[in-house]
Design a protein around this ligand. Structure first.
Ligand code: B12
Ligand code: SF4
Length: 606
């Protein structure tokens, strides 16, 4: 039989996170010994094609699917790609009416009936762990039957009704599964990469109210032997000589201290020269585990700390104590492991005082901005305790339909207006004050980056991140900025800068501060020329021939500032937008400064 594993993209495009679809690859690996012809297509690759494939007919993609002539198409779902999965089910069924379409994965497992009711193109939904049911499905189809009664975990149409078969127990020993094959997807997940993902366990026994990784895997925690994980890494390294970093996609690396220790010991012995990242709970960590993780090559941990308020942690049933965070942060740092804390604001029932305790966490633990992340509100995923509460308020809720909610709940919609997730903001205070509260409480930390408003800082950081990504690294972006400065100074004419904040500090300040420039006349900060204030440019800057605008505010605002300066008779030279220089990643950089379109505005009053 010909099986197509189709990894369907969502409307969110992850440019830097192309992760092997472990579920689909695992299913293919499990049934390959039965002699099937298996092919994988990764719709997330290349990422820039994503928008053309989200609820849009990409004919080239359809052509590739038709060329393969599958008998069975398997697609995995999560909340954000569900509508695209159903769209492609329809497109494929239209083109290949005899194909069987099966969907499974995290979202479909909970809404199987609704999928079968609303999408005639889907033949069968497989709920929860897939290996055993998938093999049963393949065996059924290979035997020429389309009766799914013998396939466990299935939801399907039968005699005009919707039928469900019982769930099979979880695979008792994950080591009994065949090794994961990544090459179904060609080079996308198998070529010479610098980064790879692995999984060393399935499931989580904890009770966090907002997460369904516990319920989905029946609150069981099953591990893959450390030796087997290391063997997989060794093979990955052999196939990808440039491999540098590996991220463990386990729910939390330290759920079982025994497994964690064994894994570290095996990694230490294997000495693969790789750097590891992983998610972790706070409570599994202590100095001994931190030391082992560090010795094994772990350099970054994403820790679900969620709140600085013990009362909130209790409500979220997180099962951790905030008072331990300080000791663990200190220990991880001492062992050279970078920490990334996830923090949640506006969780159900949260008060402003509780929020303040969470906002204080970066101060309490002395975290810089890349060491924590504030989420706001929760996504209500099926299978969670929070979802049970939601369904009590909205009984019979249909996940695929668009409707208005209320009482703090709202649908998250894709750009086409389709409902994907449900968002819940259950906090008891006005959301409008949150940014001001964060900016006020983190003022000292923002000031270190030359910023004063948290939201504006996040936006600026986003702009800087994108620029750095385009150039490959922050160093490369800085080198580009340095090239501009060298070129300007080389002309022997005076030049200056308008810029401040994170954008200036990250991209231009190192070049300016490193060099001794004959023509450098100084820098004006944007607050000195902000709207509504009389424009006052330092006399030294007024006399320059060129001003470099190092602002992340965009071309239009830059043009406005330039106009203000010219209109006030304060400046008559050339303005260069650093942004334009940094955007031109090719050779045009050499001529960009001379290009009239980079001068704003074209006609100048002075
Ligand atoms: C790796 C990962 C990612 C990767 C991409 C995953 C990919 N390419 O498929 C990245 C980093 C991109 C990612 C992003 C996000 N993720 Co994510 N992610 C995961 C994670 C940690 C592992 C998934 C995995 O590989 N599991 C291991 C494999 C073996 O399990 P599996 O995929 O479920 O497959 C098994 C079964 O489900 C079943 N099965 C699956 N598909 C099919 C299909 C058929 C036909 C059959 C028969 C069976 C079957 O069989 C498989 C083998 O048993 C899970 C958590 C988890 N542990 O599952 C979250 C998880 C899937 N992610 C989640 C979320 C919320 C997100 C984000 C929305 C996060 C965000 N806020 O931005 C984004 C959205 C993704 C997008 N593109 O829109 C949620 C999904 C909840 C939901 N209902 O949708 C999860 C469950 C975590 C959680 N509880 O919060 N994620
Ligand atoms: S948030 Fe983490 S610790 Fe909590 S249930 Fe989910 S995976 Fe487990």
């Amino acid at each position: 039989m010909r099986i197509l594993l189709l990894s369907v993209n969502s409307y969110k495009i992850y440019y830097d996170q192309l992760v092997v679809p472990f579920g689909l690859a695992g299913l293919g690996s499990y049934v390959q010994a039965d002699g099937h012809t298996i092919h994988g297509i990764e719709m997330n690759s290349p990422p820039e094609r994503g928008p053309d494939r989200y609820l849009k007919l990409d004919r080239e993609l359809l052509g590739a699917i038709e060329d393969f002539r599958p008998d069975l198409v398997a697609m995995t779902t999560y909340a954000s790609n569900i509508h695209n999965v159903l769209f492609w089910a329809f497109v494929i069924k239209d083109a290949l009416p005899n194909v069987t379409i099966a969907v499974g994965g995290n979202h479909a497992s909970y809404i199987g009936r609704e999928i079968i009711e609303t999408c005639p193109a889907v033949d069968v939904v497989i709920r929860f762990e897939g290996e055993i049911p998938f093999k049963a499905l393949c065996d059924t189809l290979a035997a020429g039957s389309r009766r799914f009664d013998g396939v466990p975990n299935a939801v399907f149409r039968s005699n005009g009704q919707i039928a469900e078969t019982p769930l099979v127990p979880l695979v008792p020993d994950l080591n009994a599964l065949p090794p994961l094959r990544r090459d179904f997807f060609g080079d996308v997940h198998c070529g010479d990469h610098t980064h790879a993902d692995v999984i060393s366990a399935r499931g989580c026994p904890y009770h966090c109210t907002f997460c369904n990784c516990n319920h989905y895997w029946k609150k069981k925690y099953r591990t893959i032997s450390a030796q087997r994980v290391v063997d997989e890494l060794r093979q990955l390294k052999a196939a990808n000589p440039r491999l540098r970093t590996v991220r463990f996609r386990d729910e939390a690396i330290s759920i079982s201290r025994k497994h964690c220790r064994e894994l570290c010991d095996c990694l230490i012995e294997a000495n693969l020269g790789l750097e590891f990242h992983a998610h972790s709970r706070l409570d599994g960590l202590d100095d001994e585990i931190a030391a082992r993780l560090a010795a094994a090559g772990f350099r970054q941990l994403y820790v679900g700390l969620e709140s600085g308020s013990q009362a909130v942690l209790e409500r979220l049933q997180k099962g951790i104590r905030f008072e331990n965070a300080h000791r663990i942060t200190e220990s991880l740092r001492r062992h050279g492991i970078a920490v990334r804390f996830s923090l949640m604001l506006r969780t159900p029932g949260e008060t402003l005082e509780e929020a303040a305790q969470t906002i204080e966490v970066p101060n309490t633990l002395d975290l810089d901005f890349d060491e924590f992340y504030f989420g706001q509100g929760i996504q209500v995923y099926p299978g969670t305790t929070d979802c049970e509460r939601f369904l009590q308020k909205f009984p019979g809720y249909r996940w695929l339909e668009t409707r208005d909610l209320g009482e703090g709940y709202r649908q998250v919609r894709d750009p086409f207006g389709h409902a994907t997730a449900v968002h819940y903001d259950g906090a008891e205070y006005d959301p409008a004050c949150l940014n001001a509260e964060i900016s006020r409480r983190l003022a000292g930390r923002l000031a270190r980056h030359g910023e004063h408003d948290y939201r504006a800082f996040l936006e600026t950081r986003g702009v800087v991140d994108r620029i750095c990504k385009r150039h490959g690294s922050v160093e490369a972006a800085r080198r580009r900025a340095q090239a501009l400065i060298d070129k300007l100074d080389g002309r022997g004419e005076p030049w200056g800068i308008i810029g401040d904040g994170y954008y200036y500090r990250q991209l231009l300040a190192p070049a300016v501060e490193a060099g001794c420039f004959a023509g450098y006349a100084g820098r004006a900060e944007t607050c000195e020329i902000s709207p509504g204030r009389p424009v006052r440019l330092d006399p030294r800057l007024r006399r320059t021939r060129t001003l470099v605008f190092a602002l992340s505010v965009g071309r239009v605002r830059c043009a406005e500032i330039a106009h203000e300066l010219w209109a006030a008779g304060q400046y008559g030279g050339t303005v260069i937008l650093l942004h334009n220089w940094l955007s031109n990643a090719d050779d045009r950089i050499e001529t960009a400064e001379l290009n009239p379109t980079d001068r704003v505005p074209a006609s100048r009053p002075v």
